[in-house]
Design a protein around this ligand. Sequence first.
Ligand code: HPA
Length: 274
Amino acid sequence: MSEVYEKLITCRKSVRAKTDFQPEVALILGSGLGDFADEIQIIQTVDYTEIEGFPVSTVAGHKGRFVFGYVGEVPVVIMQGRVHYYEGYPMKDVVLPTRLMGMLGAKKLILTNAAGGINFSFRPGDFMLITDHITTAVPCPLIGENVEELGVRFPDMSEVYSLRLREIIQKEAEKLSIPLREGVYVQLTGPAYETPAEIRMCRSWGGDAVGMSTACEAVAARHMGMEVCGISCITNLAAGMSSQKLNHKEVQETADRVAGQFKKLIRAVVRGIG
Ligand code: HPA
């Protein structure tokens, strides 16, 4: 058994000692969305610190726990606070929580994040349905011995973000009259924001939004056969696209400003796909 799988089994044991809850949908909450988890019907919470071998996030404002409960009738597990590559963890640890949620039974994964807008038509506060991603600038989480128990050595990535789920999300957004952009998410390492030259590079690659998470989690989830979808909150225009300098406060403020709408959309999406 690979080292990664052994660690996952240990983590699953820690969680299973606290709850036998069977989630159908897994959610990872990005900046500004964290309190969505406080608003669901909570059955059990498990702090990351209670899980043996679990990577614990260090970002201020990121709570670190799994929340198990119901959104409507749908049993969910929510990662309230994710682990980022820029915190110094190897990629296999960054995606460990995603894999763990899959191993706890979740068949579908909803990814959310805050992102900088690269597409000239995007505005801060817009939501973008992720249609595809570019991870070329960060290490692949599948590097190293393949975890045979989870998936194949060379997994297909031609439809990471499920077309079926994307169509459901579009319909739910329409019902709520929430405008939804679409585009390609580029994951870079962070934690420094990009330079204007890097943003021009991302645009020439075909990117519409840029961020420091998500795509690696999507790859790990697809590897193990989960159905994946993702929505970005465009919190700012990317570097060089306005006269403003970038800072985390602006990102947080925009995320907070539209959090109500974002949560409404996510709630509808969970019920729609669950
Ligand atoms: N760049 C990278 N990550 C981000 C940004 C950005 O402009 N905004 C929010 N997360």
